[in-house]
Design a protein around this ligand. Structure first.
Ligand SMILES: [Zn+2]
Length: 233
């Protein structure tokens, strides 16, 4: 008997062999420490499931650096103790209450299919999927609250009334909707009482990041999480 690796997965298998050499043979003390002492990541990173924006690859992270939650469109549901079988809330709770991370980063990105699905649904197109429509609707509040406001302010041709911004405006500004969804998720994090308490006590910091898939630029929120700015070095 021999383990079967499908030919399509050979590249991934080679990657694991490479990791074994790098992590276990070249630096065994580091992995030994992570195994025996456990993990102590300082960062919970909430990212999209999109294959192009793997947070560990983007950040060049090492084992133990990041506690990662990934889902469609990097969304955070609001605090709801009645919700069962919820991987997102469970991961957030474990990171904050047990691992006691010091930072939560929500990492969104350009050309996000989840946000595109939200925009389609807003424009009246039915999403022919069992779960995706309801899931991306989590971003609705952030989208309405922040994206429309930004679009009005950035386009002087528009009336200063949210009623004047239609769905076509939003679709032309998907990057603003993606960033608005991140801000909405940051707001949702504060509905968790044990997150709010830690933020108020200054022992937990929340951050919004947006990765521009087209040119590799990273944008990040200011200290108040109210506006996205390019990160320039
Ligand atoms: Zn995405």
């Amino acid at each position: 008997m021999q383990a079967f690796i499908h030919p399509t997965l050979t590249k991934l298998f080679d990657g694991i062999k490479n990791f074994q050499q790098r992590a276990y043979e070249q630096d065994p003390a580091n992995m030994k420490g992570l195994v025996e002492d456990g993990q102590h990541p300082k960062v919970l990173l909430i990212a999209c499931s999109d294959s192009r924006v793997d947070p560990a690859i983007l950040t060049n992270a090492e084992p133990g650096d990041l506690f990662v939650l990934r889902n469609v469109a990097n969304l955070v549901p609001t605090y709801d103790v009645a919700s069962k079988y919820d991987g997102a809330r469970a991961a957030i709770e474990y990171a904050v209450r047990d691992l006691e991370v010091e930072h939560i980063v929500i990492l969104g990105h350009a050309r996000c299919g989840g946000i595109n699905a939200l925009l389609k649904s807003l424009s009246g197109q039915k999403i022919e999927r069992d779960f995706i429509g309801d899931w991306v609707s989590l971003a609705m509040d952030g989208c309405v609250h922040y994206a429309i406001d930004q679009i009005v302010r950035s386009d002087s041709n528009l009336e200063e009334s949210v009623g004047e911004v239609d769905i076509d405006n939003l679709r032309e500004h998907q990057h603003l909707v993606e960033r608005a969804a991140i801000r909405g998720s940051l707001d949702n994090l504060l509905t968790y009482p044990w997150i709010k308490r830690r933020v108020d006590d200054g022992i937990l910091n929340l951050h919004g990041w947006w990765f521009d898939l087209e040119n590799g630029d990273l944008w990040a929120t200011d200290a108040d999480n109210t506006v996205f700015l390019p990160v320039i070095e």
